[in-house]
Write a protein that binds this ligand. Sequence first.
Ligand SMILES: [Fe+2]
Length: 446
Amino acid sequence: MSQKNTLTKKFIYDNLASLYAAQVQPLLPLQKSLLESIVITCETTLDVGCGTGIVSHAVPICGYLGIDESPFMIATAKEMNPYARFECKEWKSCSVKPFDLVIGQAYLHLFEPVEAATHLKKMLQVAQKRCFVTTTLHNTYWSGDLPKEGAEHISRFRVQHTQESWVSLMRSANPEKAFIVYVEKDTKDRKWLCTLFFNNDLPVELIRDIYQRNGYLQVYNFEKVANLLPTCNSILSCPHPKVLRYEVASGFDRAEGMVCFQAMQEVSNKMQQFLSALLKDYPIYFKDKLNVKQAGREPFPPHQDIAAGWLKYATEHYTVALALQSCNKESGALEVVSLPVAEQKVLDGPNPLQPNDYHKEWFANKTWTRLDMQPGDIVIFSSKLVHQSGKNNSNDSRMIWLVSFVTNVIDKEGLQNFLQEKLKRQPTMDCGVSKDAPRDAFGKIL
Ligand SMILES: [Fe+2]
């Protein structure tokens, strides 16, 4: 950003400080409860681009520092919050000590993506435990709140993010830390995008709420997959006594029982721990599937996993899908019908579901959400979530490892013998069954 632009932007924020203080939205409800629970483990908070200092209301004031490069914003913040600490500083050039929690409330969208990534990278370096950043999804935030001229000036300096561009910004600044992204509405029904980065301390208070509201949970950078890929690739070409390998006419299709490999077992354990915190329950490993969608493979139809006979073993089933290769629009990403957990139910009729036939009415007011994933990202969903995947139009395969867990077990013995029972129903390529043998959408021999 040029110096002229920076000065102009600073001038505008200086002049709008008092109006900003009067009109800016209070903390979002979920954000407020999130901050209140985060600070149980975070004693010190750095608020970057603090504006008038509203974040200081939700965190321990003795460990709080708000910084902003506008002296007028800082003066207003001090006036409004006389017991909190504020300093007039430019984030990019200032040096600060480490803080447990670093917050950037509606801050990063003041910069073009490349510069914003530099700001975020620094925030992540300073944050010892967690980092929380937000942006507005709406482009009319200021209309009606501020004089027209002020609204226009501010809008001009804001980068209007989509969820996709926001996630892309998060990734560009951060190749390692796990993070979640969620949408929350303010008191005027306008959407905000929120991101929480965390290390090993699971943000259970937040993930549970998001999972229950959306019916699924996506966690970016959950696991490094570089050491899993050699294992997965080796199974494509070489039989293993404990792995069921499947092939169809267009090539390798999937493998079940990958958890017998040490590296996969370790990741499965990590998934189990995460799921346990999410559900406040003790999920048991049920099955796992390495799903390989070769280039050119057709879409997978809409369905619910629970309809695949899983009720025989347990009443509740949860799957953690870990991307091993890029899953996007081109390669045929997972798509879900997002619905609160409390509203998910088993749909009657045939499985795969047929939205234009038996379930036409149910699908009528629903929309599909595509879940783009990079290697290492996960999505957690229950067996009642309706999902599908698109055609792989890319030149590469699209590999996902899906590990399913159960609670409320009905048939423990069946659970342990799942693969053996499955082998009888669904013979593998290592049993001498032709890859051209007709199978249904789930791989069963017809
Ligand atoms: Fe499925």
